[in-house]
Ligand binder design. Structure first.
Ligand SMILES: [Zn+2]
Length: 413
């Protein structure tokens, strides 16, 4: 296998891993970070404390970081730790740091390093002073995808006039920006710019950031966000108080990605139906966000958000589009384990919770009819259903024991 093949394989594997992540042990609990971004020097200075929960039952801890990261110190409990660097890569431009597990005291590890923004090779995320975008694909923070979803709290110092958007609750004081993310996920995405434009929809519940969209696209996106929000608001009622940040770039990259409450969406010359669907899924999460994100119960968030996006598109584009989306779901879930299988094995599989969850809702809608199904969705939201046992109880009370058994069968299929 030559280098290009290897690289392609690694890059492919990250997409597969991200979409069908299997977590055997939840190992990183959270990151606390102090970050300084210097645009003139094109450098990020970083100071992370990683808390493990609990430490995996293995001899060593392995973290991947950009190969150009200049590590000044790794310590635990204020004692410097020896570490080994391996050539092993996960995203194709990183290196692996290996630490003896016994060196880590109180499950906490501190890593200080600097990271040159010029060293980013991924064409999608090459340094651009107008739109600096850091995430898992740039290996800007030490990570190991096998260690599961995590929370983070970071403090970021930016050059004057620069603004920061991210996944999480963002606040700002005189000298720095803070991001707090309490919904566990696999990434710490940051986008910086000194000249973001912003459309604020629904009193700031949804904010769309971009640099330069032509006025036609600006209008289309604003209308789509409004229409999608209003459609779900109409059938489900008031959403839960979470926010959504939508960052739109026109770099026509091969990749768009979604994190909790955050989307980085790349568009080319126009805003496609696929872009609309991604947007609709994320808008769905303004309602579907009550189950625990770190477990198989996440299907109540992901499956419902995904099916909501399909309903939004059905409303706009009609039955043909709907049939196409259902056929796509059927293809995706072929050969996947059941939702209850995840429960049994205490694992997460993003494809199962998202697409099997959505397909289950499709089958339920088929069984009980569209009108009853819409009422059911509304009740699930308004009763603040947080787990599957509550959902089954609700199905039993609202739709009868036979339908409850039907849903249980589907959870096992
Ligand atoms: Zn989602």
């Amino acid at each position: 296998m030559n280098y290009t093949d290897l690289k392609r394989r690694v890059v492919l594997s990250i997409f597969i891993l991200l979409s069908s992540l299997v977590v055997f042990s939840q190992s990183i609990k959270n990151y606390d970070g102090n970050i300084r971004v210097d645009i003139n020097e094109r450098k990020v200075q970083t100071d992370f404390e990683i808390t493990f929960n609990p430490l995996p039952r293995i001899d060593t801890i392995k973290l991947f970081i950009h190969q150009a990261a200049n590590i000044s110190n790794i310590s635990s409990n204020s004692n410097s730790i020896q570490y080994t660097v391996l050539k092993e890569q996960f995203i194709g431009e990183d290196k692996a740091i290996v630490i003896n597990r016994e060196e880590i005291v109180n499950d906490k590890l501190t890593i200080n390093y600097s990271y040159s923004l010029d060293s980013i090779q991924n064409k999608s995320f090459r340094f651009n002073k107008d739109w600096v975008e850091l995430n898992l694909y740039t290996a800007w923070f030490p990570f190991n995808i096998d260690y599961g979803n995590f929370e983070y709290a970071i403090n970021v110092e930016l050059p004057p006039k620069y603004e920061l958007i991210s996944s999480g609750v963002i606040s700002k004081n005189r000298t720095s920006w803070q991001v707090n993310q309490k919904m566990p996920f696999v990434d710490i995405p940051l986008i910086l710019s000194s000249h973001f434009k912003c459309i604020s929809v629904e009193k700031g519940k949804i904010k769309v950031y971009y640099l330069d969209l032509n006025s036609e696209d600006e209008e289309i996106i604003k209308n789509d966000v409004n229409a999608q929000y209003n459609f779900l608001n109409g059938i489900l009622g008031k959403s839960t108080t979470t926010n959504l940040i939508l960052a739109i770039n026109q770099f026509n990259r091969p990749i768009s990605y979604a994190r909790k409450g955050f989307i980085s969406l790349t568009i080319g010359n126009s805003f496609s139906i696929q872009n609309e669907k991604t947007l609709a899924h994320e808008i769905g999460h303004l309602w579907w966000n009550k189950a625990s994100a770190g477990s198989w119960e996440d299907w109540l968030n992901e499956g419902f958000a995904e099916y909501s996006s399909i309903l939004i598109l059905r409303k706009k584009y009609g039955e043909e589009n709907f049939d196409k989306n259902i056929r796509e779901l059927e293809n995706t879930i072929k050969d996947l384990p059941s939702i209850y299988q995840l429960k049994k094995e205490n694992t997460i599989n993003q494809n199962v919770i998202t697409y099997k969850g959505a397909y289950l809702l499709y089958e339920l809608e088929n069984k009980i009819g569209r009108k009853k199904f819409t009422d059911f969705l509304k009740t699930v939201h308004q009763k603040k259903i947080r787990d599957t046992s509550e959902l089954l109880m609700l199905v039993k009370n609202a739709l009868g024991i036979e339908t409850k058994n039907f849903v249980e069968t589907k959870l096992n299929e």
